[in-house]
Design a binder for this molecule. Structure first.
Ligand SMILES: *[C@@H]1O[C@H](CO)[C@@H](O)[C@H](O)[C@H]1NC(C)=O
Ligand SMILES: *[C@@H]1O[C@H](CO)[C@@H](O)[C@H](O)[C@H]1NC(C)=O
Ligand SMILES: *[C@@H]1O[C@H](CO)[C@@H](O)[C@H](O)[C@H]1NC(C)=O
Length: 400
């Protein structure tokens, strides 16, 4: 096992027993929790086994850990198409088209291993929890924009004439019109929409619904006929000011106009979407994101294949003894993985994983139906360094 689990990664798994204020758990609850814990151990019949060259590899893809890059640029390119399992990000597909598949990646939690062939090796990437949370917030808002289409996207960003003037509620109305528009284009065949993938399948609709309520408030505010100025820039990068209410633009604002210039939209705290500070404490964030990595390694997420996951998560939050036991179990389980990397050390993690799985970085790179020639696989996702490593075999060393 080659593990890049650095010191900084260890706190990822701390279930933060101290922070999980014990409720006044009665003896009843404690014994119920102990009983559920026992069932949990019984459920976990299969554990990860070391990679031995031909067993199945499951990539436990924790959301927002650069897992897509990791999967597309390393694991997938190193695995011939005939050995890749069917895409399973929206739901698990096993033994359908590729009975002997050897590479599976998904956002499932560890509970899925119980449904995989015995002897499956597991690899994963972890990330500093605060970074991951922030990234999840940003990604959910991105999803909101995708769900709304391009114009509202500009409205949210507060850029582009016709959408600015947030506090004057014009942008709100523009965005509101867009909110009800659903995606018209069907996805390309074989592609999974991110918004249908857990946890975005819960988070994006959540933010959308919350936004509708905010927009109602904004659009009911009286409009100020003097409007507000919003700074934009031309394609060439020259700044200018636009007043949506008055439909006027200017290169410079007068002293009298300057007080009506809106500050840039703060992406983490604005009138249109739930601010980060509010989201952090929202029950849905607790359900889907807090301690998410630990719960995913444990197989106890909201997406678990084990029916009692929710109950045991509750126990972990309310009962420090259960939290401690689960934490120890998660750490012990991580030690059985064939690779554990960290997002903040992506390239060393890639090297380490490649070594663990016998995927030499100067080996063949496979795309869709065959071997990649040239740089076609770039697809905007893979860092040049991956491509150099896997595609330009002799010339360029994998380095950073
Ligand atoms: C969007 O749809 C909701 C319910 O479907 C409706 O109440 C609301 O008025 C609509 N908003 C706009 C701006 O059309
Ligand atoms: C804003 O003004 C431009 C010309 O300056 C005009 O073409 C456009 O139709 C106006 N837009 C609105 C919404 O009145
Ligand atoms: C997962 O969380 C979402 C959002 O809180 C919730 O709607 C859903 O019912 C949960 N699913 C399970 C299986 O607990």
């Amino acid at each position: 096992m080659a593990t890049v689990l650095s010191q900084s990664a260890v706190p990822l798994l701390l279930l933060a027993a101290a922070a999980l204020l014990p409720l006044l758990a009665g003896a009843d609850e404690a014994s119920t929790c102990q009983a559920v814990l026992k069932e949990f151990h019984t459920f976990n019949e299969k554990e990860a086994v070391p990679y031995g060259g031909d067993n199945m590899v499951y990539f436990l893809h924790v959301p927002r850990t650069a897992g897509r890059t990791f999967h597309s640029c390393l694991l997938k390119q190193g695995t011939p198409p005939s050995q890749r399992c069917p895409k399973s990000y929206d739901h698990l597909r096993i033994d359908v088209h590729v009975p002997a598949c050897r590479l599976l990646s998904s956002h499932d939690d560890f509970s899925v291993v119980q449904q995989l062939p015995p002897g499956t090796a597991v690899v994963t990437q972890l990330r500093e929890p605060l970074d991951r949370f922030l990234s999840a917030y940003e990604f959910a808002i991105e999803g909101l924009r995708r769900a709304q289409g391009a114009r509202a996207q500009q409205g949210l960003r507060g850029r582009g004439p016709g959408t600015g003037d947030v506090s004057g509620s014009v942008a709100a109305v523009v965005a509101a019109r867009q909110v009800n528009k659903t995606r018209k284009k069907p996805p390309k065949p074989g592609r999974t929409l991110t918004d249908e993938v857990w946890p975005w399948s819960h988070l994006v609709p959540f933010f959308l619904q919350d936004m509708r309520a905010r927009l109602d408030v904004l659009s009911s505010r009286p409009r100020d006929p003097a409007g507000h100025w919003v700074e934009y820039s031309t394609k060439e990068g020259r700044p200018y000011y636009y007043n949506k209410m008055r439909n006027v633009s200017r290169w410079e604002l007068t002293e009298a106009e300057k007080p009506r210039l809106l500050p840039p939209l703060n992406p983490y705290d604005n009138d249109l979407v739930m601010p980060l500070a509010e989201f952090v404490h929202h029950p849905i964030a607790k359900e889907l994101l807090h301690n998410g990595e630990a719960f995913q390694v444990l197989g106890l997420t909201n997406y678990s294949h084990w029916p009692k996951a929710e109950q045991l998560r509750h126990c972990a939050r309310s009962n420090p003894a259960v939290a401690d036991e689960l934490k120890a179990f998660a750490l012990q389980r991580l030690r059985t993985f064939s690779h554990v990397g960290t997002t903040d050390q992506l390239f060393p993690s890639v090297e380490s994983c490649a070594a663990s799985l016998g995927l030499p970085l100067d080996g063949h790179a496979y795309q869709g139906g065959g071997e990649v020639r040239g740089r076609r696989a770039a697809a905007g996702v893979c860092d040049r360094r991956f491509l150099c490593a896997r595609q330009h075999m002799n010339n360029v060393r994998f380095g950073f």
